[in-house]
Design a protein around this ligand. Sequence first.
Ligand SMILES: NC(=O)c1ccc[n+]([C@@H]2O[C@H](COP(=O)([O-])OP(=O)(O)OC[C@H]3O[C@@H](n4cnc5c(N)ncnc54)[C@H](O)[C@@H]3O)[C@@H](O)[C@H]2O)c1
Ligand SMILES: O=C(O)CC[C@@H](O)C(=O)O
Length: 527
Amino acid sequence: MPKVLVSDPIDQVGIDILSQVATVDVKTTLSPEELIQVLPEYDAIMIRSGTKLTKEAVEAGKNLKIIGRAGVGVDNVDVPTATRMGIVVVNSPEGNTIAAAEHTLAMMMSLSRFIPAANASLKGGKWDRKSFTGVEVYKKTLGILGLGKIGSHVATVAKSLGMRILAYDPFLTAERAEKLGVHLVELEILLREADYITLHLPKTKETAHLINADRIAIMKDGVRIINCARGGIIDEIAIAEAIKSGKIGGIALDVFENEPLEADSGLRELGANVILTPHLGASTEEAQTNVAVDVAEQIRDVLLGLPARSAVNIPGLRPDVWQKLKPYLQLAEMLGNLVGQLAGGRVDTLNVKLQGEIANSESQPIVVAALKGLLSPALRERVNFVNASIEAKERGIHVTETRDPSVEDYSGSIHLTAHGSQGQQEVTGALLGKSEIRITSINEFPINVAPTHYMLLTLHRDMPGIIGRIGSLLGNFNVNIASMQVGRRMVRGEAVMVLNIDDPLPSGLLDEIVHIQGVTDAFVVKL
Ligand SMILES: NC(=O)c1ccc[n+]([C@@H]2O[C@H](COP(=O)([O-])OP(=O)(O)OC[C@H]3O[C@@H](n4cnc5c(N)ncnc54)[C@H](O)[C@@H]3O)[C@@H](O)[C@H]2O)c1
Ligand SMILES: O=C(O)CC[C@@H](O)C(=O)O
């Protein structure tokens, strides 16, 4: 049974799903060093935001097939390293959207009415009504940075509270903003006009310290800022200064540059207009159930050899599409492997042509499968659907795609052309019935071969006796022939022969075959 490590607190429902297919170890207090030590044992790991899967940690996970992040942000995972290692990284893009949006709205209201400070004051024995006169959000301007899933829900609710909404999101279409009743504006306009600013973007190189001293300077005096997205998008030192100077009227932070927030952080010292929560945006019962189910199901599926629906480093395929494409993915992988072995040396370009009924299908997974096959003789189990494109790119393999719906020999077929240091090789394959794989041409010689583990291919002149000589040679070396196919375009012209053989070819035999008169080339293929 595969082993799954759960290293952050996850709802029991997720653990129950994982237990259907794996042995599950829940260890939520591991230090970074302990994590690195235990990771090699596991096939999968499920985390929230607490576990940091650094480069070193991911590299330690030599047997990992999947990293499941029960939440949205994968900034605590070194995704490029996981991708290079062929590890699928999945998240739950929508499971906690509502929770994070509602936390944001609660923060906005709490900032406006000093609810945390008033509560603390009352519980501290006072009856102080003077210190906590708030403001209304009605008719105020809310500036939303990042109008994705969470930002959009915040916008919808805030509109119903009577707020005017401005948004900055360079990747969003005007139509989408219009649908939400939001004015899409430049960042500077938003910063100048907003009474409240809320952040809902990912932490990236571009968004790091997006809110800094210079940008704070152009904001309205008394602006209130909420960050339930990611620590580090706001410069915490600049914001603390602006609170002390009175430039900023209030700030509510759920996320911090360093988490957990340091015990001696200056932010903890600030007054009633600063609200801090310990990364609670996703902490609702509903969201935790959603993300646990969403991610545990994906880990279960991947461990069962099925695709993941929300992989961040592999093109996602809906299960129904995957079911339809699955035989073609196997076909493309086999053809990639075959053409790579025929090409022999370095491959510089690979063209993937989708023909017949699959000409209009999603091509990317088929291309990835062909690349996986092409690279597997060299990289073996190191290459998979996650890293095949990257590995191909790093090797300088230029990939092109073409489509030809008019090819009607088979319902759907795939044609690969590999060009490299030893010339060009072409193979075509199709499905017989729904899933039986056939090689239907090699270098334009028509054949109909069911691929097997060991095959011998010859290019030879079509003349009497030549097949017999090859057969006798194999017999002399005790190699059993399971079946044979010859393809030719004209009688006594060039021909290709494919022999399915039961045993590997003994060393030296290929050389003898190539030296038979009339044989121009011979290849041993192992699929
Ligand atoms: N506090 C929590 O517990 C909690 C919970 C869930 C999500 N989050 C965080 O909230 C954030 C938003 O999550 P989401 O689910 O709405 O993501 P999303 O991908 O749906 O939306 C992000 C939006 O940001 C926009 N964006 C990206 N780069 C930008 C830039 N440079 N400037 C302006 N806009 C930019 C994108 O176009 C997108 O529309 C993420 O950082 C996520 O990790 C936090
Ligand atoms: O794990 C959590 O509770 C936080 C999740 C949140 O930050 C996210 O990005 O989804």
